[in-house]
Design a protein around this ligand. Structure first.
Ligand code: UD1
Ligand code: CA
Length: 451
């Protein structure tokens, strides 16, 4: 059976107290809506419609090609929101999943179970329910003597008896598309909130003799909606432990999961050890046998096997195997390190290539530089890459030795095997194999202090 999805995301999310639409707030390094879109895709949905309202332009630009966006100008209720998808889905020959954009913890497995229950029961409408210790705020699922779902009652409309029911409406549904949009038009707004409730469709279908069903979700955490920043933090924590548990199951050692943060989009290979206080973000790819941390941040970078990176930041860069980085190194965007490179303490490098086995062990700034293999860059070496207007390139060829406290004023080139005397300010190219020294000669004045 073919499957479509509608994600309701027009609400402002008032309790977030934000200019950003609620569904674009990030958890686990991705907007909540992104998690929902992923789950829907993995559940086998072929066409997705997002109903946007508040901040619709931002929602639309985030969604891009992954779904079709329709507008709900006024938020008149969930039935009215779903109705906005009629133009796109009316003739869709199959079922449609309906979900909310603020439920980032939903898994594709649960969505598939909902669809399966819907198909097994041959239902026109199936609601995903959950049993909650404290059901306050949710719609309650009212069943008849035979346990069939009769209707859903909202918190604000329920009698004390109805509100005592602990089975709640999660806000996830599966509907047969034929007849759905016609039915939505028959829903009225005569209720405590004056809204068009999508939940009313259950009672309507029952009256019309259509089959309705309820599938119970056994993990209420999955259907948790995020309405405020406390819940956002709770969702973050849940997503984080899911990622860390997966990584540990795959063979990654995480010394302290409570202080380790890995985005779901990142990958880490087996036998890597992550020490406390480390953050791995975006599309980071960490190969096997690395030691990451303590206190290290890696963003969108590829790290080769066997690297040791401690107390350092690596952004948008590519690090070859067996490199040693830190403590306190800052690898800024656009760097490419070869094999077994050493970047030591208090070294900043930016937009630079460093060849195999080269070393920049202490206190350096290297920017817009191409360094060959087996180069040694002495402590305190600075590339002067910026003349106040433009950035210039420094080249240091294979096997060169740069003495400590050297300034390399770019554009400048140090040839293969050349030697630069410590404390030099190099402004002209140094040929291969040559010695370049550029500093004042030492002067001795005997007995100077006495005089
Ligand atoms: C809704 C359900 C309730 C359920 C709960 C689960 C109804 C009437 N009630 O209540 O039974 O327990 O979800 O979380 O459906 N939205 C729009 N346009 C609108 C109204 C809402 O796009 O006009 C979107 C919101 O952005 C949100 C979702 O629909 O993503 C749910 O709306 P919300 O007002 O939060 O519903 P609840 O009152 O929580
Ligand atoms: Ca509401």
């Amino acid at each position: 059976m073919r499957l479509a999805a509608v994600i309701l995301a027009a609400g402002k999310g008032t309790r977030m107290k934000s200019k950003l639409p609620k569904v674009l707030h990030q958890v686990g390094g991705k907007p909540m809506l992104g998690h929902v879109l992923d789950a829907v895709k993995k559940a086998g949905v072929e066409k997705t419609v997002v109903v946007a309202g508040f901040g619709a332009d931002k929602v639309e630009s985030y969604v891009g090609d992954s779904a079709e966006v329709v507008y709900q100008e006024q938020q008149l209720g969930t039935a009215h929101a779903l109705l906005q998808a009629a133009g796109v889905l009316q003739t869709f020959p199959g079922n449609v999943l309906v979900l909310c954009g603020d439920t980032p913890l939903i898994t594709p497995e649960t969505l598939s179970q909902l669809v399966k229950c819907h198909q097994d029961k041959n239902a026109s409408a199936t609601v995903l329910t959950a049993k909650m210790q404290d059901p306050t705020g949710y719609g309650r699922v009212i069943r008849d003597d035979q346990g069939r779902v009769k209707r859903i009652v909202e918190q604000k409309d329920g009698t004390p008896e109805e509100l005592a029911v602990k089975e709640i409406n999660t806000g996830f549904y599966c509907f047969a598309v034929p007849g759905l949009f016609e039915a939505l038009l028959q829903i009225s707004s005569e209720n405590a909130q004056g809204e068009y409730y999508l939940t009313d469709i259950i009672e309507l279908y029952n009256r019309q003799g259509k089959i309705t069903a309820a599938a119970v979700c056994d993990d209420p955490v999955e259907v948790m909606g995020v309405n405020n920043r406390r819940q956002l933090a709770a969702a973050e924590k849940e997503l984080r432990s899911r990622v860390l548990n997966r990584l540990m199951d795959e063979g990654v050692t995480i010394i302290d999961p409570a202080t380790t943060y890995v985005d779901s989009s990142a990958t880490v290979e087996p036998d890597t050890v992550i020490y406390p206080g480390s953050i791995i973000e975006g599309n980071a790819k960490i190969s096997s046998g690395c030691c990451i941390g303590p206190s290290t941040r890696i963003v969108n970078s590829i790290i080769g096997a066997g690297c040791k990176i401690q107390y350092s930041v690596v952004m948008d860069s590519e690090i070859g195997p067996d490199c040693s980085i830190g403590p306190y190194a800052y690898i800024r965007p656009g760097c490419r390190l070869g094999k077994a490179v050493k970047i030591g303490d208090f070294v900043e490098i930016k937009k630079s290539v460093v060849g195999d086995k080269s070393k920049i062990p202490h206190l350096s700034y290297i920017g817009d530089t191409i360094i060959g293999n087996d180069v040694n860059v002495g402590a305190g070496t600075i590339t002067c890459n910026y003349d106040g207007k433009q950035k210039h390139i420094t080249e240091i060829e294979d096997g060169a030795f740069i003495g400590s406290n050297t300034n390399l004023v770019a554009p400048v080139k140090v040839g293969a095997g050349a030697l630069i005397g410590a404390g030099s300010t190099i402004t002209k190219n140094v040929p291969a194999g040559a010695l370049g020294v550029a500093r004042g000669r030492q002067v001795i004045k005997e007995n100077w202090r006495k005089r």
